[in-house]
Design a protein. Structure first.
Length: 331
């Protein structure tokens, strides 16, 4: 029996485990470790407009691999499941290029030398998000990371569809150089640039998974559904990358000002600032929540998204959001 026929046979035995609906005509996309995550609901809703999502949370590859005509692709929203998803996709003869990009780009290297005097200059960071398919690179938008003073990790991103960075021929040349350096042919990527004066230095590139909040901000700013585009790449379909609007959007996590045991967290909708698109409360009463001051163990209270005409409007809305968060706790 061929490996492809074996996959068909194993799939028939695993139908109940994958919760298939035989009356659903949508192609299927299998998500390894596919139980819903805290912040991936927006991506699932987008993808399910075109694909039926199947979940593979546990179990052996042989028992739950699918190779039927309705299974179009295998992927994951979880970094620690990428290798397993690649193995499943390759065994079923399904596309794995986007996942291989995530694996290949976990460790990046600078493409250009850092200016010698840069240690004395004010340094900014930007992330250029692109889609590459069959070696054809399409730069899409630029995200500007935000970081609180003293924190080790970013608290969010702001995307302005009119960001001038993508109009720089030097930046576009660096994007091509970084993707060639890491032999990237397929996927959604974020390329990091450090900006010194008027020079943008390409630092490295990483592959993005479909629920990455960079794509959420990009989708709201440009009107392009990047979660759906990511899913199209996962099944080998040409994605629709045409922009529908030229605006801005921001996503930001909100943290307590000090470590505390949370007694109550409530959103006062009557005091929400204009421009706020969505607020998701993530902390629950009884949790010990930690401030975002120099530790990676910080606990977000909420995740908010904002939309506006430009990045400054989004930042203003997000800056005002804490006034709508009612927080009560004990030190």
């Amino acid at each position: 029996m061929s490996s492809r026929a074996l996959a068909h046979h194993e799939c028939r035995d695993a139908l109940p485990a994958l919760n298939r609906r035989l009356d659903d005509p949508r192609p299927e996309l299998l998500l390894v470790g596919g139980e819903p995550g805290e912040y991936d609901g927006w991506a699932r809703r987008s993808i399910e407009r075109r694909y039926r999502l199947l979940s593979l949370a546990s179990g052996s590859v042989g028992d739950q691999l699918s190779g039927t005509a309705t299974l179009a692709g295998v992927s994951t929203f979880q970094e620690d499941r990428v290798e397993q998803a690649v193995s499943l996709a390759e065994r079923a003869g399904l596309p794995a290029g986007s996942l291989l990009t995530v694996m290949r780009c976990r460790v990046g290297q600078a493409v250009e030398p850092v200016p010698p005097a840069s240690v004395h200059q004010s340094e900014l960071t930007a992330l250029a998000v692109s889609v590459i398919r069959h070696g054809r690179l399409s730069p899409l938008f630029v995200a500007r990371p935000e970081q609180e003073a003293g924190a080790m990790t970013d608290s969010g991103y702001v995307v302005d569809a009119a960001d001038p960075l993508l109009n720089s021929s030097g930046v576009v040349d660096s994007l091509w150089a970084m993707h060639r350096r890491f032999d990237i042919e397929e996927g959604v990527t974020a390329s990091e640039f450090r900006i010194y004066g008027r020079r943008a230095v390409g630092v490295g590139v990483r592959g993005l998974l479909g629920s990455d909040l960079l794509l959420r901000a990009g989708s709201l700013a440009t009107g392009t559904d990047f979660a759906l585009a990511w899913a199209d790449l996962a099944v080998g379909v040409e994605p629709d990358l045409a922009p529908r609007r030229c605006g801005a959007a921001g996503v930001r996590f909100f943290y307590p000002q000090t470590d505390l045991t949370l007694d109550e967290l409530r959103l006062e909708t009557s005091t929400l600032p204009g421009g706020i698109w969505e607020v998701q409360l993530s902390a629950k009463p009884g949790m010990i929540v930690r401030a975002h001051g120099g530790t990676c163990a910080a606990t977000p209270l909420a995740l908010a998204t904002a939309v506006g005409e430009d990045g400054a409007a989004c930042r203003r809305a997000l800056d005002l959001l804490p006034q709508a968060l009612h927080i009560r706790g004990r030190l």
